[in-house]
Design a protein around this ligand. Structure first.
Ligand code: URA
Length: 237
């Protein structure tokens, strides 16, 4: 009798391990920002370098295969203001820097309108390699790069996080929100171990196609300016 029960239990244990029992019965809430599974040590510069190397060493990634360069970031890594775009385009892929094409030129003007520039903010993208033909990154690609983005945010530790466009918005805030409704609203959010004030706004490439929306973008930019004041953030030059 005992032998029979033991054999049944062994089979059950084997079955559970095959169907990934823990995954099915884990009742903890899913934290989409806690999947990183890698720790980085050292000062900020060293951590950023290590993160960059981890992205460089990513395996079996079609985005990396078709891209020319890794596009990691631009700007000031001690800034308390971080901007996140979607992914590199052709110019960014060529130069290895984010927002250097036409959308980047508009972004520079937008920043200047609230007395900011690339020396006073830090800029990165949801994915670090160019999606072919400038398509949006797929959900799978975004999920693959999310641990890197989370780590990137943790290292920079911004007080203000500006999400440019729907891809950045949906990646950080969730898929249930649309940019036209979510833009221009402050949300306090914990991303990894970084607590920050998040605002979404239109992507500069969208503004080039829909210039009538620039007035909404201007409202958002003024909100950023106001928050900088409120939080007494020192603008780095
Ligand atoms: N669009 C983006 O989202 N990021 C870039 O770096 C360039 C264009």
């Amino acid at each position: 009798m005992t032998k029979k029960i033991n054999s049944k239990l062994t089979k059950l244990a084997k079955y559970y391990s095959l169907i990934n029992y823990n995954l099915i019965y884990d009742s903890n809430a899913i934290n989409r920002y806690k999947k990183d599974g890698f720790k980085l040590t050292g000062n900020k510069t060293e951590q950023l370098q290590k993160l960059k190397n981890s992205i460089k060493n990513i395996k079996n990634c079609n985005l990396k295969k078709s891209a020319t360069n890794l596009v990691f970031s631009d700007g000031n890594s001690s800034s308390k203001i971080m901007l996140i775009g979607e992914g590199p385009g052709a110019n960014e892929d060529k130069e290895g820097l984010p927002f250097v094409g036409r959308a980047g030129q508009l972004l520079d003007k937008m920043l200047l309108s609230i007395k900011l520039d690339r020396k006073s903010v830090y800029i990165t993208n949801v994915v670090n390699y160019r999606p072919p033909e400038n398509r949006k990154p797929t959900d799978k690609e975004i999920a693959r790069y999310l641990p890197f983005l989370t780590k990137h945010i943790e290292i920079i530790n911004p007080k203000i996080l500006v999400l440019l466009g729907s891809t950045a918005l949906n990646t950080i805030i969730g898929n249930e929100v649309v940019i036209s409704k979510a833009r221009g609203k402050w949300v306090e959010k914990k991303i990894g171990n970084c607590s920050t004030h998040v605002i979404a706004s239109f992507h500069p490439a969208f503004l080039m196609r829909q210039p009538d929306q620039k007035k909404m973008s201007w409202i958002d930019l003024k909100m950023v300016r106001q928050k900088i004041k409120e939080l007494k953030i020192k603008i780095e030059k």
